[in-house]
Ligand binder design. Structure first.
Ligand SMILES: Cc1cc2nc3c(=O)[nH]c(=O)nc-3n(C[C@H](O)[C@H](O)[C@H](O)COP(=O)(O)O)c2cc1C
Length: 98
């Protein structure tokens, strides 16, 4: 699944904050919905340097859109999922000031 915004993203950082806030949660919701149906999904972006080539393959009007990810979706081999290694939340959380 390739989430595609229906505008070309060439904006200021402030405008981009609202822009990304629209499509990225939708993409994440898609992944959660897949998971609820027993499907595995992974967030990838490595194809984006080749966004134009991908657009040609899938018929995406490149000048008017922005691909934001590529989400492989598949049935998983087993369900032996476990938590990924994470930094302690205290190391990335700030209270009241940075
Ligand atoms: C913005 C973003 C882009 C990513 N792009 C890729 C990618 O192109 N290829 C890849 O193998 N993993 C990529 N990953 C990592 C995987 O999607 C996934 O986050 C990683 O395997 C850890 O999964 P977990 O957090 O469920 O354990 C990306 C992750 C993020 C957040």
């Amino acid at each position: 699944m390739i989430p595609i915004a229906k505008v070309r993203c060439e904006r200021t950082a402030g405008e981009q904050a609202a822009y990304w806030a629209g499509i990225l949660p939708a993409t994440w919701s898609f992944m959660l919905a897949a998971r609820a149906r027993g499907l595995g999904a992974a967030w990838t972006t490595m194809h984006l340097p080749y966004e134009r080539e991908m657009a040609e393959i899938i018929g995406d009007p490149y000048e008017k859109t922005t691909q934001v990810a590529l989400i492989p979706v598949a049935h998983t081999i087993g369900v032996d999922f476990r938590r990924a290694p994470r930094q302690p939340v205290e190391s990335v959380t700030h209270w009241d000031h940075w």
